[in-house]
Design a protein around this ligand. Structure first.
Ligand SMILES: Cc1cc2nc3c(=O)[nH]c(=O)nc-3n(C[C@H](O)[C@H](O)[C@H](O)COP(=O)(O)OP(=O)(O)OC[C@H]3O[C@@H](n4cnc5c(N)ncnc54)[C@H](O)[C@@H]3O)c2cc1C
Ligand SMILES: NC(=O)c1ccc[n+]([C@@H]2O[C@H](COP(=O)([O-])OP(=O)(O)OC[C@H]3O[C@@H](n4cnc5c(N)ncnc54)[C@H](OP(=O)(O)O)[C@@H]3O)[C@@H](O)[C@H]2O)c1
Ligand SMILES: Cc1cc2nc3c(=O)[nH]c(=O)nc-3n(C[C@H](O)[C@H](O)[C@H](O)COP(=O)(O)O)c2cc1C
Length: 587
């Protein structure tokens, strides 16, 4: 067989273009070497476990891509969520790849928590037979970057498993790093069977961002759909301390489809005033040409649309510190806490104001990160609103260090998206956050604040298909008179009996705090009877406090009414999770 031509690193292509071209050439040549219609040979295929931990689908997407590639390389991949580790039989498996994101504060995502509890326990088995590789997904804005995957990697090694390649660590813009890491993995593993073909075109990346060859027509994170914003309405009433807005977005002829439980990715634009202030403080005009990955634009547009100009990256802080002795004094190990406090509420402009005119844009831009998309839980059912997608978004606005500030995406949607003409969106498929497949199964939904979003969608979906299962919603917010989001729709459903129970917890209508978990505990016996009747339990909204307290309340219900010890309650809740009857969409 002729050797497969290969585009070298020195060729004038981006990493993504090169990988795509190499995949394409490999596919052409392996197809040419096979009789027409022959599929990729997988004789004596070697098993390869691919395990993922993923909250919003990115790690799961990479795992699926890797599984495709591995089949083309002659492996027999078995892909599982990490919580299904029992089916993976890691003590006898020979090769496993783990791809996991990190959530909370260095924690494993929900579908990897049971796995991590099993792995870290003293009772975990030795894994001497296992050869493994870990790829982590995370976000450098969090202090414990890729914390969950780091811990998994270290624990696997401690249990005697052998690391195949060094752990990969991907920041928000993860595709290029993941691709390079995957290439290093294949370089180490080789093919899974002697008769394996090289990767076929199907296994090559199907997304093509350079616009030259349109293989992938579907809209995605790298190729978002410019959608029209139809509606932008406040959901709070007079007297509210909040600004939650209801958005309706037209999907038009995009052929973008979604299911309830999915999230919508929004590619935001920065506030133009903030970009203008940055241009001024660095002493530029804004008209300077800037080369991006595939195009040339002006400095102004680059700062408005391409770069993250909110959170200052470490590298930029270090560059500014060279001109700002007070800041430099905080950049020492024992001042880490002081630095963190000082940075709180400060953005890129605050940094650059410490060194006006000292950092030219040519030095600044390479230090900035790409503006990341934001995810929003979809609050509509496509069956109730064909061709539209609805969002329920809390506008982030606050004042810090004498200046008014706004969250990038939430204020873009609230203030600027209508004028900008379109909102670039993509659908982020959920891996498990779905209403029960059986319409007769009862659902318990806990969604205070913007956490109501997916449950409006779940209920619209059940109403549209005439599902007969019982529905119980716990909703809460600050004040009943001002913050009862979607009050009319929810109370109408309650009146007809479609919403079997609606328990409300308004926290600021009385002296003591009443939260959704207060209502759960007040109704513990009934909650328990729903769980025992097979109900699915869902939580959406604030991750840092609410979701933890609701989880604790759930354990209390199981203990107190179910008559279980603390350990038995833990096991009961873990089983709910592994049976996919306890699902969370928390942020
Ligand atoms: C799966 C998923 C689903 C989600 N669904 C929803 C949803 O349905 N509705 C919704 O509203 N959001 C939702 N979110 C959150 C959403 O993605 C964004 O994080 C949120 O809108 C804020 O983004 P932003 O760009 O407006 O703010 P950013 O520009 O990201 O700014 C937020 C940051 O501002 C800083 N900040 C905020 N307040 C203060 C303050 N008082 N003082 C100092 N600093 C402060 C903090 O550093 C904070 O992290 C979801 C997130 C995920 C991951
Ligand atoms: N990670 C991110 O990027 C990001 C971005 C935006 C928002 N968020 C989170 O998303 C959350 C949603 O915001 P939101 O404005 O819709 O609602 P929210 O702030 O969660 O408030 C909704 C209700 O929950 C109550 N609450 C406060 N602490 C609670 C607890 N421990 N347990 C149960 N309920 C509790 C609030 O009461 P009180 O206010 O009276 O205490 C309020 O009545 C925010 O809290 C924020 O943390 C995260
Ligand atoms: C609420 C929240 C908490 C997060 N916590 C961390 C963290 O502690 N460390 C980290 O590196 N990344 C953290 N991330 C970033 C995610 O790991 C990252 O977005 C990842 O790409 C998500 O992958 P997934 O879709 O497979 O879950 C967090 C993201 C969110 C929204």
């Amino acid at each position: 067989m002729n050797p497969v031509p290969h585009i070298p690193e020195s060729a004038p292509f981006s990493l993504e273009q090169r990988a795509w071209l190499n995949g394409f050439l490999a596919g052409m040549f392996s197809a040419a070497a096979q009789p027409a219609g022959a599929s990729t040979p997988v004789m004596n295929a070697e098993p390869l476990l691919i395990l993922f931990g993923s909250q919003t689908g990115s790690a799961e997407g990479l795992a699926k891509k890797l599984a495709k590639e591995s089949s083309a390389r002659g492996y027999a991949p078995k892909i599982l969520a990490l919580n299904d580790y029992e089916q993976a039989s890691l003590t006898v498996a020979s090769k496993a790849v783990i791809i996991s994101s990190t959530w909370g504060d260095g924690d494993a995502p929900d579908n990897a928590i049971n796995f991590w509890n099993w792995l870290k326990a003293d009772s975990a088995p030795r894994l001497e037979n296992l050869n493994y590789a870990v790829l982590g997904l995370g976000d450098k804005n969090y202090s414990d970057f890729c914390g969950a995957s780091k811990k998994m990697d270290a624990r696997l090694e401690a249990l005697g498993a052998k690391r195949l390649v060094p752990r990969g660590e991907c920041d928000v813009d993860y595709e290029a790093t993941a691709k390079a890491w995957t290439e290093s993995l294949w370089a180490k593993l080789g093919n899974g069977s002697a008769a394996a073909g090289t990767p076929t075109l199907a296994a090559a990346p199907i997304e093509n961002t350079n616009g030259a060859t349109k293989l992938a027509l579907a809209f995605s994170k790298n190729h978002p759909f410019p959608a029209k914003l139809l509606t932008n309405l406040p959901l709070n009433r007079a007297g509210s301390g909040k600004e939650v807005r209801h958005f309706e977005i037209l999907l038009g002829n995009s052929r973008l489809s979604y299911e309830v439980g999915d999230a919508l990715g929004v590619i935001p634009e920065n506030c133009p005033d903030l970009a203008a202030k940055i241009i001024s403080v660095i002493g530029a005009t804004g008209d300077e040409p800037v080369a991006l990955e595939h195009s040339v634009t002006s400095l102004r547009l680059a700062l408005e649309q391409h770069f993250d100009i909110a959170k200052p990256p470490q590298e930029l802080i270090a560059a500014v510190a060279k001109h700002a002795p007070d800041l430099a004094a905080l950049l020492v190990v024992d001042k880490a806490d002081d630095l963190k406090k000082w940075l709180y509420g400060r953005d890129l402009l605050d940094m650059l104001q410490l060194a006006p005119g000292k950092i030219p844009f040519t030095e600044l831009l390479p230090l900035l990160r790409k503006l990341a998309p934001r995810l929003y839980s979809i609050s509509s059912s496509p069956k109730a609103h064909p061709g539209e997608v609805h969002l329920t978004v809390g506008a982030v606005r606050y004042e810090a260090h004498g200046r008014k500030r706004g969250g990038v995406a939430s204020t873009f949607l609230a203030d600027r998206a209508e004028k900008s003409g379109s909102v670039k969106v993509f659908v982020q498929t959920s891996h498990g956050f779905r209403p029960p497949t059986n319409g007769d199964t009862p659902m318990i939904m806990v969604g205070p604040g913007t956490g109501i979003a997916p449950f409006r969608a779940f209920l619209e979906e059940r109403a549209a298909v005439g599902a007969k299962g019982k529905n119980w919603l716990f909703f809460g917010d600050q004040k009943r008179s001002a913050d009862f989001l979607y009050e009319e729709q929810l109370t109408a459903w309650q009146k007809t009996g479609f919403l079997t129970r609606l328990d409300l917890a308004f926290s600021r209508d009385q002296v003591e705090k009443i939260y959704v978990q207060t209502r759960m505990l007040e109704n513990a016996a009934e909650l328990w009877s729903w769980l025992e009747a097979g109900a699915h339990f869902y939580v959406c909204g604030d991750a840092s406090r609410m979701a933890k307290d609701v989880d604790a309340a759930l354990h209390t219900v199981v203990e107190k009414v179910g008559g279980k010890s603390a350990d038995e309650a833990k096991a009961y809740v873990a089983k709910l999770k592994s049976d996919k009857r306890y699902q969370r969409d928390v942020y």
